[in-house]
Design a protein around this ligand. Structure first.
Ligand code: SAJ
Length: 423
């Protein structure tokens, strides 16, 4: 089939590569000329394992092209961002412009699929309405379905193939048609349902994780007050066959978990109480870590230099969207009494030269492990100790071995274990 994918971001691009390497002709559309130009040369501008190989293979074999304008196709897949507005409601501007963009090329019998994470009702009422006003009866003249992605950044290509999928059609016919299409590369099960159920499913998956992380963060704060190591509590409690406590951290980032729960709250603010409290709890974590940094450097006179390791929203990715570490940096900068230096080879920090960790940490009063990127696992702590002015670390991810850090002469502080601060 000829497939036109609107939006070549973290989801649209890998999806385009998948269809293009599984027997279809794909045209990827993006408003960003840089993305389009890169793709035409078989290149990508984001970091995701194996994606560039897949894209380059598809471009070479002629099954993947890119443009800023759609063409006539059998299938249109909308993979555009759904940002969150300051009032915590979804901004559907891109879904709207993406849908309108395909209208001049849409024909009876085509398939329209929404993949973007959206508030419940978006496929049926919002996209469906635009199509209906353009003269296409959704489900009759064109198939219309919601088919959410559920892939984990860093493992996108594997998960696109292996994860189960849900397809929510505006009617059974639409759901079945879309299921048949995705079968070409999805090895997991494809379950069909109706559109709004599928939208709610997608949102609840991420909400489930957000609520669990909030519980872990609350546990971390409780344990700090009570002199208990939260990470030990988690480790031992998770030996129970029906318990799966998540991990605390400096906050929840990314464009999924930190955003999606609000799309449910937006529809039912009075009822979605646990969901919104979890969001507020997780959003409060950068501030909590900021306070710990303040406490840990309380004894330092004058400007305090803090070396922050990692700024992306999670390890081994380049994505900084909604990263809690950006917020933490903002809080430190606003205070005026801190000077921060960031080490992160994944993130595009606009620095001309990648910072060497031992250079970055020199003369600092605290080193904070904010993101557990793989390379931070292999640090020469003795060298760090020699470079620092006050030899102290704060590990927000339980990533380092306390003994190893301490045997190098550094003071080890762990988020979720308040012993050294509150004893
Ligand atoms: N985090 C914690 N503690 C944990 C787990 C995660 O603090 O125990 C933090 C991470 O540091 C990060 C954030 O949560 O800042 C989110 O990371 P993540 O790895 O949990 O999830 P995402 O946002 O990369 O991807 C999620 C996935 N959803 C679920 O696992 C239910 C993925 O499958 C979805 O496809 C993706 O959202 C999406 O696109 O919606």
């Amino acid at each position: 089939m000829d497939i036109c994918i609107i939006g070549l971001g973290y989801i649209g691009l890998p999806t385009a590569a998948m269809f293009a390497t599984h027997g279809h002709n794909v045209l990827g559309i993006d408003v960003n000329k840089k993305v389009v130009d890169a793709l035409c040369q078989g290149k990508i501008i984001i970091e995701e394992p194996h994606l560039e190989e897949a894209v380059s293979k598809a471009v070479k074999q002629g099954s993947l092209r890119a443009s800023t304008e759609p063409e006539n196709s059998d299938v249109f897949i909308i993979c555009v961002p759904t940002p969150i507005m300051p009032d915590k409601t979804a901004d559907l501007t891109y879904v709207e412009s993406g849908t309108r963009k395909i209208l001049p090329y849409l024909k009876k019998g085509n398939m329209v699929i929404l993949e973007s994470t959206s508030p419940p009702g978006t496929t049926r009422d919002f996209v469906g309405d635009i199509l209906a006003k353009a003269g296409f009866v959704p489900g009759e003249d064109v198939h219309l379905a919601y088919c959410p992605e559920r892939v984990l950044p860093g493992r996108i290509l594997t998960e696109l193939k292996e994860n189960n999928r849900i397809v929510g059609g505006v009617n059974e016919k639409s759901a079945q048609a879309v299921k048949e299409l995705y079968k070409c590369f999805v090895k997991g099960e494809i379950y069909t349902t109706e559109a709004t159920t599928a939208e709610m499913c997608k949102l609840m998956e991420n909400t489930y994780r957000d609520v669990n992380i909030a519980l872990a963060n609350e546990l971390a704060i409780l344990c700090e007050k009570m002199g208990v190591n939260a990470w030990d509590v988690i480790k031992f409690a998770n030996k129970h066959p029906r318990v799966n406590l998540h991990m605390p951290g400096p906050g929840v980032g990314g464009h999924c978990i930190a955003v999606d729960p609000w799309f449910i709250v937006e529809k039912q603010p009075k009822i979605a109480k646990i969901i919104s409290l979890a969001r507020v709890t997780n959003d409060g974590m950068p501030h909590y870590v900021f306070n710990r940094i303040k406490e840990l450097t309380n004894d330092i006179k004058g400007k305090k230099k803090i070396c922050i390791l990692g700024v992306t929203y999670k390890p081994n990715v380049d994505d900084m969207r909604e990263s809690p570490i950006i917020e933490l940096l903002g809080l430190l900068d606003d205070q005026g009494s801190f000077e921060t230096v960031v080490v992160d080879k994944h993130a595009n920090l606009g620095d001309s030269k990648e910072k060497d960790i031992y250079e970055a940490v020199s003369d600092s009063h605290l080193m904070v492990l904010a993101v557990n990127h793989e390379e931070f696992g292999d640090i020469d702590f003795a060298k760090i100790k020699r470079a620092m002015k006050a030899p102290r670390v704060l590990d927000t991810r339980n990533f380092w071995d306390k003994e190893k850090v301490e045997s190098a002469g550094l003071e080890y502080n762990l988020l979720g274990w308040g012993r050294s601060v509150y004893e």
